[in-house]
Design a protein around this ligand. Sequence first.
Ligand code: ADP
Ligand code: MG
Length: 339
Amino acid sequence: MGIIIQLDEHLSNQIAAGEVVERPASVLKELIENAVDAGARHVDITAEEGGLSLIRVVDDGAGIQPDDLLVAFQRHATSKIASGRDLFQISTLGFRGEALPSIASVAKVRCLSASESGGLGRLLEIEGGTVKRHEDAASPRGTDMSVSELFYNTPARLKYMRTIQTELSHLSDVVYRQALARPDVAFTFSHNGSVLLRTPGNGDLRQVVAAIYGSGPAKAMLEVQADGPDFSLSGLTAMPIETRASRSAVTVIVNGRFVRSPAVVQPLLQAYHTLLPINRYPLSVLHLRMHPSLLDVNVHPAKLEVRFSKETELRAFVEAAVKEALQSYAYIPSGTAVR
Ligand code: ADP
Ligand code: MG
């Protein structure tokens, strides 16, 4: 008899959770992504105690069919990709089918969902990977997902959580990024009973920027808009007088996904050239769109990094687009732009 065994599902979910669920903000990111992938127009987010006691996301998206609800919490269960070929053309935020089983293995989860309006929905409660309740229940179309007592059964993890304030600031970052990524979706975010963010969901990026950074900075941003054969870029970028000390002033969204991408940030900064004081960054929100086949999002489970197959062309495109935006407001004398 050999000594190698296959781990049972519960244990393997807990191990996967170590990767997927680092802190409350990682849970929130997964839940919001699921709501957005379901085509929600409204996403209402509530958290308590930095998300350690409760994270709740209610959406009006497509919902989960009653017979699928239990399946959704199984490992590698996804409705988003079906074959290896799909992996090279991902158009959803999620695709790994790992979030729900991982989260449910280290928290108490309650999910109420219905896929038809006025129809019957289903309620599922799972604690630490064990199903506690699974029954038909009335529900509006959409999904109501609550995650409470995160890490209640993994005390070693819980011990590493920072203060409520720190966890809250990570939660806010996640909400801000998603709100900036999808101005067409109305987000609300409250923590311990107070509303921290409300976006209109009317598609106007400037209004989302105003809700997050204030209306002053939002008004002082220039419009970026460019279309090329492979890419299109739109968004807002600050006049060179409005700069910040942190690189996080720049938000890059690629095909609706928040990413960290030097391939976009560097040419943006290049476009400002000497207008930008050293180590200062413009407040910017850039939406880049391209065919999903030009993009590899399957790089890291946290999915903040992507690879571009036409990076050189992309860099030139971004720099030219931002230069044009700055030029149109006469911050760069015409003629000096490199085309
Ligand atoms: P992934 O998002 O990678 O597919 P998840 O574990 O996050 O994996 O979710 C599993 C499945 O559950 C999804 O593919 C989707 O079909 C369903 N699902 C999860 N959350 C929602 C939601 N808010 N609305 C509709 N369906 C959902
Ligand atoms: Mg998901």
